[in-house]
Design a protein around this ligand. Structure first.
Ligand code: GLU
Length: 445
């Protein structure tokens, strides 16, 4: 009895994507919310692959979906459920609806002029369809405002509405958490659940992710698919955390949360009603936060792997720990590492045009660099602190900018990077002098 009671109270949520190629961040955010809700309540997170669009739900599309879920750590309970495999149950339900007078067959002419027999669901003609949405609150619509709708096509295949509801019944889903583009469907689905004598699950409709103009965020606004974020160097933990915050927060100003904290704090009732604006800058910041928090050893391995795969080699006695200490706190993308590291491991680094114009192509810079070559060659020891003192003295308290910027561009080709004096320490005296001299003689004015 106790066991039975527990079974009937168990929360069962599902992610029910229609895999059609790429996985949109809006969909995956719904998966994240479902997953967290299940983990928070000790319930089950189920995966249902709505693969009835046979042309678009290819094995590759399903594979891409699985890879995205795996990458984000969205592990599901029980076996994946494939909608196409449940067709006989969909049709059983249709027969039941016809027998009970909730559905009927009729001739229909499709858009391309072909006539065939379809099955229509008969909407109640009076009354109000209501539900208490966990996110949006009370929702209601007059039944008479919804027309009868098709549930079986003339080729005999079940349509989304019936397949989706029957699968939810068969998977014993208790809470349907999905995008609010489904609100209109929900009114219809509630009628189907009732007509089949099934209990109606609870609903939570998530508002859309929108662009800066408030329109649904799409690929026209930039990266919109999970795979693109993965390929451009985002960490799965950062994307997960960022998507979670698009529509929910823990109630205080914490933004970077561990999985454990997320699971502990997540609550469907606190999901925001208003649409969330996608903010790439914030996501990039979040990625940097996760890179900062990476285990130093793991970061070092990533750095070495990426640097080496770009053909650069790291000398055996290199002070990699010092470089890592400087870089890890500043790196926004692991994929930036090869370029950030190139000046350290190769003489073949490129010069940023703008930085060169601004910092080197100015009268007097040539003399300034040659003067530094002179002074640096006499520095008793080669370390960041002493080099900094040397330049500080030169600047006589008027700010080190006029020295720091040209040096940086001369030795690294770029206008930004790790602390300049730390950079010089890492490069060593010989390389620094060589580069300053070469920039003075070939680039600077
Ligand atoms: N496959 C549909 C979708 O991806 C169903 C959504 C649902 O019921 O959760 O929009």
């Amino acid at each position: 009895m106790k066991e039975n009671q527990k079974m009937s109270e168990e929360i069962r949520v599902r992610f029910a994507p229609s895999p059609t190629g790429k996985v949109h961040i809006g969909n995956i955010r719904a998966a994240i919310y479902n997953w967290l809700y299940a983990r928070h309540t000790g319930g089950k997170f189920l995966l249902r692959v709505e693969d009835t669009d046979l042309e678009r739900s290819t094995p590759e599309a399903i594979q891409a979906l699985m890879e995205c879920m795996d990458w984000l750590g969205l592990d599901y309970d029980e076996e994946a459920f494939y909608q196409t495999k449940n067709k006989s149950r969909h049709m059983e339900a249709v027969e039941k609806l016809i027998a009970s007078g909730h559905a009927y067959k009729c001739e229909r002419t499709s858009r391309d002029g072909k006539t065939g027999e379809v099955v229509m669901f008969k909407m109640p003609k009076e009354g109000v369809i209501e539900f208490d949405d966990i996110v949006k609150g009370k929702m209601a619509k007059k039944a008479e405002d919804i027309q009868d709708f098709a549930i079986v096509r003339s080729d005999g295949s079940p349509i989304f509405h019936i397949a989706n509801v029957v699968d939810d019944i068969d998977q014993r889903v208790t809470h349907i958490i999905r995008g609010d583009d489904h609100v209109e469907n929900t009114f219809k689905h509630i009628c189907i659940f009732k007509a089949l004598g099934a209990s109606v699950p609870k609903y939570g409709h998530l508002s859309m992710i929108v662009n800066q103009q408030g329109k649904p965020y799409s690929k026209r606004d930039g990266a919109a698919f999970v795979g693109e974020f993965r390929d451009s160097g985002f960490l799965p933990e950062a994307l997960f955390n960022y998507l979670l915050l698009l529509g929910w927060n823990p109630g205080d100003d914490r933004e970077v949360l561990t999985k454990k904290e997320m699971i502990e704090l997540f609550d469907l009732e606190k999901v925001h009603v208003t649409a969330a604006k996608f903010d790439m800058k914030k996501l990039q910041w979040m990625n940097g936060e996760y890179i900062k928090r990476m285990d130093e050893k793991v970061f070092t391995e990533e750095l070495l792997k990426r640097v080496q795969s770009e053909g650069m080699s790291v000398p055996e006695d290199y002070d990699i720990k010092y470089l890592v200490g400087q870089l890890q706190i500043r790196t926004k993308f692991l994929s930036d590492l090869p370029e950030l590291c190139r000046p350290f491991f190769s003489d073949d680094y490129s010069f940023d045009e703008k930085a060169v114009e601004k910092r080197l192509k100015k009268p007097g810079v040539k003399e300034l660099l040659l003067d530094l070559v002179e002074r640096f060659s006499k520095a008793p020891v080669w370390n960041a602190a002493d080099l900094e003192n040397l330049v500080k003295e030169l600047s006589q308290g008027n700010g080190m900018g006029p020295w720091v910027h040209p040096i940086r561009v001369a030795v690294s080709g770029r206008g930004e990077g790790i602390g300049l004096f730390e950079m010089l320490q890492l490069l060593g005296r010989e390389k620094t002098l060589e580069r300053l001299e070469s920039a003075a003689n070939t680039i600077a004015l």
